[in-house]
Design a protein around this ligand. Structure first.
Ligand SMILES: Nc1ncnc2c1ncn2[C@@H]1O[C@H](COP(=O)(O)OP(=O)(O)OP(=O)(O)O)[C@@H](O)[C@H]1O
Length: 551
């Protein structure tokens, strides 16, 4: 069943379109001097896979990869897939203590990284189980060999492709950790294969396009889809800080037809305001895309272009998708507190809403489902829903439900940890993270995404975040906000207006405290998810400092 291995596309593409450029990468000077064809990608990843085998990296070998999105990263990743080894990817930008915990937890056998990653490995005692160490540097400092040595050793070994089975573990991908220490999601080969099929179907992807994937792991799908990747000249860990001029230069020069970016990156391009006539498809995921960003971005694209916002998570992607035109039609409801519409489930996903529960649920029962239209936790069963976290039994128990089907078979239902509801047209609405809901009393629970868009409509508010101060069940709802640079007549002026907006809706009327914040903490992967846990700690201190009593 080699076909379920995403690297199986490479020998086929090398045969069918060997001279086509698979990817272009910017050098240190930002110039795109490196282009790799499908034939080169296939042959060089064969050589690396064979060289890795000589060093003991074979089927099942867990291998931490800490390499920037350079040609080496992509060659190495495809080589590991061909070898049937298990790459372990952790976002490099996370808190150093959490990073050590993730790396130790993965208990890798091998560690492949840039020289700096090896220095950190030795100094900070990361991943001490790793006994095979390879560097992408030019000399084998703190490592047993360089990647160039590995490729040379494996040259002339011929085609490599392990006989991986759909159920074999293909990779361990850590979540971004926006709500705690990241968890290692166990990906099987069948999950990647299903993702590619679902993405192809959902977006009508055809071979031959040119992609600008600003989240590097997504570039790994491009060869399987027959699309050329242009690796952007930006720090992938800081999409909100990307330079729009560099992105636009690459879009123009290579005639980019599609781009993927977090809502923060799409906002950067939308604010910059330069038209992108070649771009036919923009895809943005990771957090809700604010309605004004959708509107601005659509104005910069050709009339027939599509702007998709898929909803999903590391554990399960894609869950549902919505296109910008339909999304604009749901804007008014979002700004009245309905949540953010994330579209219709991607077939064959089975999306069901269950009652909110913070505990594990071992067995599925239809009685868990809420009535149509009611808010609950979003669950998904489908071919791309993963079934466990690596060595995190407690987290696995909290996120997975076993379901017995009528024909006697079993499947795993993934709990998204997100709240939402399904409307009469079968569209899913995202209402916020389950752990970030604010429980005011027995009768009132506030969902962040049903509250914040109401306040975000105010022209002086950049964005807002709802947090709860005090114990769950008796939390004081506090609305934190970032303010635009406007000519203000005083802070109370804005707050009076926010209070007025709060009074206009039954569910927000209990919000009495409004705190201005200089700049919200955000997640490291997408720079878009607001760190409401940190904000809640800040808000608690602020309320205490200002001696504000509970209302
Ligand atoms: N289109 C979207 N609209 C709104 N929210 C989205 C969208 N896409 C993804 N999300 C949010 O992102 C979450 C998935 O994020 P990701 O897998 O990067 O890690 P994380 O869940 O933030 O990490 P952790 O579980 O460690 O806190 C979803 O559960 C959802 O809350």
């Amino acid at each position: 069943m080699r076909d379920s291995n995403i690297a199986a596309a490479l020998p086929r593409l090398a045969r069918e379109r060997g001279d086509q450029v698979a990817m272009r990468c910017p050098g240190r000077d930002g110039r795109y001097a490196t282009a790799i064809t499908y034939a080169q990608l296939d042959a060089r990843s064969d050589a690396i896979a064979a060289g890795l085998a000589l060093r003991g990296i074979v089927r099942g070998t867990r291998t931490v990869v800490m390499v920037r999105p350079t040609p080496e990263f992509f060659l190495l990743m495809f080589a590991l897939f061909k070898a049937g080894a298990v790459p372990v990817l952790v976002d490099p930008g996370i808190d150093k203590r959490a990073l050590k915990q993730c790396l130790d937890e993965a208990a890798p056998d091998a560690f492949i990284g840039i020289p700096l990653a090896h220095v950190a490995r030795v100094v900070l005692r990361w991943a001490r189980s790793a006994y095979i160490r390879i560097t992408t540097g030019s000399r084998a400092f703190f490592a047993d060999a360089t990647l160039a040595d590995v490729e040379r050793d494996g040259a002339n070994a011929g085609p490599q492709l392990a006989d991986t089975q759909p159920d074999d573990v293909a990779a361990i991908l850590f979540t971004s950790g926006s709500t705690g220490v990241p968890k290692g999601v166990v990906y099987r080969h069948r999950h990647f294969a299903a993702q590619i099929d679902m993405l192809r179907e959902a977006f009508g992807l055809a071979p031959g396009g040119v992609d600008l994937p600003t989240f590097p792991p997504f570039a790994l799908f491009d060869p399987a889809l027959g699309v050329t990747s242009i690796i952007p000249d930006m720090d992938p860990t800081r999409p909100a800080k990307a330079d729009p001029r560099k992105l636009l230069a690459a879009i123009e020069r290579f005639g980019v037809t599609q781009l993927f970016g977090s809502p923060a990156l799409v906002a950067v391009l939308a604010r910059h305001g330069v038209a992108m006539p070649t771009v036919k498809r923009v895809t943005s995921a990771g957090a809700p895309v604010p309605p004004d960003v959708v509107a601005k971005m659509r104005a910069l694209l050709p009339g027939d272009a599509q702007l998709w916002t898929p909803y999903g998570a590391t554990e399960c992607l894609p869950v549902s998708v919505i296109e910008g035109r339909e999304l604009q039609g749901t804007r008014e409801a979002t700004e009245r507190g309905a949540g953010t519409c994330v579209g219709r489930p991607v077939p064959p996903n089975d999306v069901r809403i269950i009652r909110i529960d913070d505990n594990a649920i071992a067995e599925w029962s239809d009685a868990l489902c809420v009535s149509p239209g009611q808010v609950g936790e979003i669950t998904v069963a489908g071919p791309s829903a993963t079934d466990s976290y690596f060595r995190r039994d407690a987290a696995t128990a909290l996120a997975k439900i076993r379901e017995r089907l009528a024909d006697g078979s079993e499947r795993i239902v993934h709990r998204m940890g997100d709240l939402g509801w399904i409307d009469g047209d079968g569209r899913l609405w995202f209402c916020g993270r389950k752990t970030q809901r604010v429980i005011v009393d027995d009768l009132t629970t506030l969902c962040t995404e049903q509250v914040e868009p109401i306040f975000n409509t105010h022209p002086w508010v950049v964005r807002s975040a709802l947090v709860g101060v005090g114990p769950k069940g008796a939390q004081v709802p506090v609305l934190c906000y970032e303010e635009t640079n406007h000519i203000s007549t005083g802070v109370f002026d804005v707050q009076d207006r926010l209070r007025h907006l709060a009074d206009g809706h039954v569910h927000t009327a209990k919000i009495r405290y409004f705190l201005r914040h200089p700049g919200f903490p955000v997640d490291i992967r997408h720079n878009a998810k607001i760190g409401r846990e940190k904000l809640a700690v800040w808000a608690t201190r602020e309320l205490a400092k200002r001696k504000m009593p509970a209302p």
